[in-house]
Design a protein around this ligand. Sequence first.
Ligand code: 5GP
Ligand code: ZN
Length: 145
Amino acid sequence: MIHCEFCKIVRGNSSAEILYDNLHAIAILDINPIHYGHILVIPKTHCATFLEVPEEELSDLICATKIVSRAMVDSLNPPGFNIFSNNGRAAGQSVFHFHFHVTPRYDDDNIQFVLKLKKYGEGEMTNYGERIRRHINTNLDCSIL
Ligand code: 5GP
Ligand code: ZN
């Protein structure tokens, strides 16, 4: 059996501050929050990244994310919040069981996702669009999601 901290939490074999669960997802407080009230929403099925989340479980996962986001905003009253996920080591993922982060944000909290924005050269945007669209069309034809 794979060693996975989030699977242990899902199965009740490891403790967590559980906020909510439904058939396919569980929401807990992050043990090392960006801000207090930082939530993780986790599919109950083990899957490494968003791409492996079974299609029939997506709506429970997204609904759980909305329910806890609403509750976090209503209870803690942050002026903003982020929903994000890191997929793959290169993207900063450290626990390889997919999860959404939901975290409160405050004015001048000095948390920055440092982005170095690029500009497309002539024709490059169309080129990238075509490359990605081709796979969307192929995947839809083959019913691969
Ligand atoms: P990632 O780096 O994969 O996007 O996010 C993993 C998150 O899981 C981190 O924010 C980390 O603090 C949190 N985390 C790691 N292990 C545990 C744990 O055992 N319990 C809880 N509640 N959070 C954890
Ligand atoms: Zn797992």
